[in-house]
Design a binder for this molecule. Sequence first.
Ligand code: NGS
Length: 282
Amino acid sequence: SNSNANNNATSSSGVPRCPATPPNLVGPLAVSKTPPNLQAMEKAFARVKQGGRGAPDECQSRYRVAIVIPFRDRFKHLMTLLYNLHPILLRQQIDYQIFVVEQDGTWQFNRAMLMNIGYVEALKERTFDCFIFHDVDLLPENDKNIYNCPQQPRHMSVAVDKFSYKLPYSDLFGGVSAMTTQHFRLVNGFSNVFWGWGGEDDDMANRIKSKGLHISRYPANVARYKMLIHKKEKANPKRYEFLKSGKKRFQTDGLNNLQYEVLDHKHLKLYTWYLVRLTPPN
Ligand code: NGS
């Protein structure tokens, strides 16, 4: 077919398209939990461009990916994740940009809204084929866990050390997960009603199923992560109630009623940063 014939064609930019399998992957990696200081890190990642962007020079990447990290108060974890993640994404020959979306204030955390905002703001900067939503405390242990654009939504943090490298339940979509730009739009993004810990990822799993899509996964020996230790957040007592009534809200609660204010926005060396104030939707 036409697309096959074009597989190894030289692109308009003069470099060939990247191979389907990146050539320099290592496999299992030694995760580092002690990153050097920010200055040393910025120096070490010479190939990373302002805003936390990377792309292969030697070939035209097959995927343009936005990595969205919902964030508050965990700067050390963020540095550790960036230290581990940038080299992996570069080896994977992804054309990527890392977006850190920080919630202002001390009100309960709303992970889902921060991810919705990451989606909306990233697409104002450039087009992206897909989005990877990434908890700040999960460190990938294998670079064959490719951060590319999935045919079906992909749950990526399948095997986490904290859970003895076993998937806790089959519909889990939390931790690290990937969706194409179109699929995320199709399901109206995440629900905005989940304040505090828990449930927003399960609601997304329900949205995915309601559109006839399903959660895909890489094998557990590849989709491995180490979790950084932190204090457990207070669970949202309403999460089961909201989950149960979620279906009624899929069309009206999500990207299309998202309300927030961008307080600050910077293209830092290792990531693009948004500080946002969330508005609880009525
Ligand atoms: C479920 C939560 C999910 C959460 C998962 C794993 O119980 O949001 O645990 O959490 N669902 C509800 O509370 C309804 S973890 O142990 O990784 O922090 O993602």
